[in-house]
Design a protein around this ligand. Structure first.
Ligand code: ZN
Length: 346
């Protein structure tokens, strides 16, 4: 009886060593531990043994059973590892250094213009800030001096969320948060920030209007900021962006968040001023609303308007990109038409 167990063990080891797959392993398991397996079978001999031998034999059968079970678990791990390695070795090989024969990605024209302007202003010490696209009504309107029922709200109808928040209508929505984040500048220093962003307006779409567009806003706050500072920065900006002389005109403009406010128009670079659908046949394009920050806006930003002044300007990034790249239709930008968008890659 006892030798029989030894034989079973030997036979198991031999068979296990020949196993090469999970299926084969399962077959071996059933052959030894299954209902009709060799180990189960060996127990049948128990009835012919004395009470003393029964106990010893029973224990030995259990030991053998445990050994076989453990060996099977171990062997299963080994097989899984081998199968995994085999899978890796047989997997197709890629050489990531080979240039693609598919078209490469490119920067969106608006991104190109945005980066260019950011670089210009960074060299002049401006910090670049990011504003949220979903804003509170307070940040978008009240904080920039557009109280409830102000007519300016009609001109900038937008999309409202069920929770009362809205998609921001202008980058000015970030002004309050930036003033509060950095606070009033120390004597002799300035708060200079540039904040680009995607803006929204509930608007019918045509060649020069989109419901989604990009703006870039800048502001500079200090103890002695005047309109001359504003004009200087705008001139630097336009010369750098267009790399040539651009005709501009400054005319009074009303924006609730500035006082005085101006409209800086740029001579239409698409038609050269003779009139086209992009400039609504006027020869001029509104590019840059700007002005001195309204005392109320400074106050709401936690900055004392009796001590500090500042200028702010909002730049139509989408418009600027149209002018720079001679894109006649604003709808190109959000069209996803890669053929058109790719040609501006730098
Ligand atoms: Zn034009």
């Amino acid at each position: 009886m006892f030798e029989n167990l030894e034989k079973i063990k030997q036979q198991f080891n031999e068979e296990l060593n020949r196993v090469e797959s999970k299926d084969e392993l399962e077959r071996v398991r059933v052959a030894f531990l299954g209902k009709k397996g060799l180990v189960t079978d060996a127990l049948k001999g128990l009835r012919d043994l004395s009470a003393e031998d029964k106990k010893t034999f029973g224990m030995q059968v259990n030991v053998l059973k445990n050994e076989i079970e453990e060996a099977i678990v171990e062997y299963q791990k080994k097989i899984e590892e081998q199968e995994y390695l085999k899978e890796i070795n047989n997997a197709p090989r890629y050489d990531f250094s080979i240039p693609s024969d598919k078209p490469l990605g490119s920067l969106h024209p608006i991104t190109i213009v945005q980066k260019q302007i950011e670089d210009i202003f960074k060299t002049m010490g401006f910090i670049i800030e990011d504003g949220l696209e979903v804003q509170t009504e307070y940040n978008n309107f009240e904080a920039v001096n557009i109280p409830k029922n102000h007519p300016a709200r009609d001109m900038t109808d937008t999309y409202y969320l069920e929770n009362g928040q809205l998609l921001k209508t202008h980058t000015s929505a970030a002004q309050n948060a930036i003033m509060r984040k950095y606070g009033a500048p120390k004597p002799g220093e300035y708060l200079k920030a540039l904040f680009p962003g995607r803006c929204f307006r509930n608007e019918s779409i045509d060649a020069s209007h989109e419901n989604t567009f990009f703006q870039m806003e800048g502001m500079m706050i200090g103890e002695d900021i005047s309109i001359s500072n504003l004009i200087y920065f705008m001139k630097v900006l336009l010369t750098e962006v267009f790399q040539r002389d651009v005709k501009v005109r400054l005319r009074p403009g009303f924006f609730p968040f500035v006082e005085p406010g101006f409209e800086l128009d740029i001579n239409c670079l698409i038609c050269g001023g003779s009139g086209c659908p992009t400039c609504k046949h006027s020869g001029w394009l509104e590019l840059l609303p700007c002005g001195m920050i309204h005392p109320n806006v400074l106050r709401m930003g936690g900055i004392d308007p009796d001590k500090y002044t500042g200028f702010a300007f909002g730049l139509g990034l989408t418009r600027l990109a149209m002018m720079k790249y001679n894109i006649k239709d604003i709808r190109v930008f959000n069209s996803g038409n890669l053929k058109q968008l790719r040609q501006f890659t730098i």
